[in-house]
Design a binder for this molecule. Sequence first.
Ligand code: MEV
Length: 442
Amino acid sequence: MKKRDIIKKGFSKLIKEDKLKAVAEFVENPSEFIALLKSFWHQDEKRQKQFDEFSENTISNYHIPYGVSPNVIINGESYIVPMVIEESSVVAAASAAAKFWGERGGFHAEVIDVKKVGQVHFCWKGKKETLLNLMPEIKAELLRNTASITEKMEKRGGGILDIELIDFTDKIDNYYQLRVTFNTCDSMGANFINSILESFGRSLQDFFARQESLDKEEREVEIVMCILSNYTPECKVKVWVECHTDELNGVYDQLDGKAFAEKFKKAVDIANIDEYRAATHNKGIYNGIDAVVIATGNDFRAVEAAGHSYASRNGHYGSLSYVEIKDDIFRFTLEVPLALGTVGGLTSLHPLANKSLELLGNPSAKQLMMIAATMGLANNYAAVKSLTTKGIQQGHMKMHLANILNQFGATEEEKGLAAEHFKDKTVSYSEVEKFLHTIHYA
Ligand code: MEV
């Protein structure tokens, strides 16, 4: 059998060990590959099984550092914030920014709203007026048919908030949409929303099939799809820091506080008018947000999709944060949609996500929104501060040097010598290699 056939024929049905063996046929040294991937299996078989079942075709675990940013003050409360991220310097930058702003009143945060959205996309060939007239009856039936699913959520204070009919027939023939808004309380709510939407889809078809006053074609509804929307502009949090510009004296020895504040504002304004800069600027925000989102078992792809769509809400992609300077008060704000959960899904299943939430004092979803957004603002502040003062590379390179030295398997002594040597020099892979070579043959 050829190698490729092994993969094609029933791969998903193989046991994990055999999947690993089959895959290993594609690398140069299969036994080394198998041994390495196996070395990342959890010793506790039960725990490993739990991880295997989060996904499919799992052959190993992929480790990413789990760090913490201590002493993050949000609305007067102090948090130790867990951050899962592979990029060196993100946790250090967030922690430094948290310390700096902790001494200037801390971070201020407020949740603006928690509405989530789902859509039933459908096509119907009748007259729009007929549909509009039937809408009150349709809505009542849809709600009645989902009462058993919404009952528990309603007891917790959530449920379906609204069902709106949107007419898109000018863009796609016969195409309408039910845009449904939800409050899913402390859960991210994807399963809850999608179950309701699929039930709506079925009920919509049943409803029309029963309308004997309509002609045959009008009794048919094509349900194109039913799915939540990851664009959640109304599930939004605002976080900000502020201080007198005099309190920014000393941030950089070459600019006084006021000049630094103005330069910082200019950098943020640039991100607002230029999408090339905006993408990088917002990426710096998501360095902080994603790290918390991952640490707490939430969906970082959903969170990013929402944020980047929101950043384009005015028909132009811009910065998610902004700066105001008025009467010498510098205020730096981030407004960002964040659909997060603190119950259900991976938040309860992943043992570390669970412990992250415990470390944060078992927050509500609203509190978690404020915490994640704060780390976004902290990282954004740290990045823009570095960029507008001494540049980004100095800080990054220290971490980069550590990573390169580890790649070369440097000893602790070599690491010490390298840190001293590269204090005032540019770090690159080849320079580090040269340096290690020099000390070996000195
Ligand atoms: C790197 O991960 C993030 C930055 O590029 C963000 C920024 O430029 O604002 C430093």
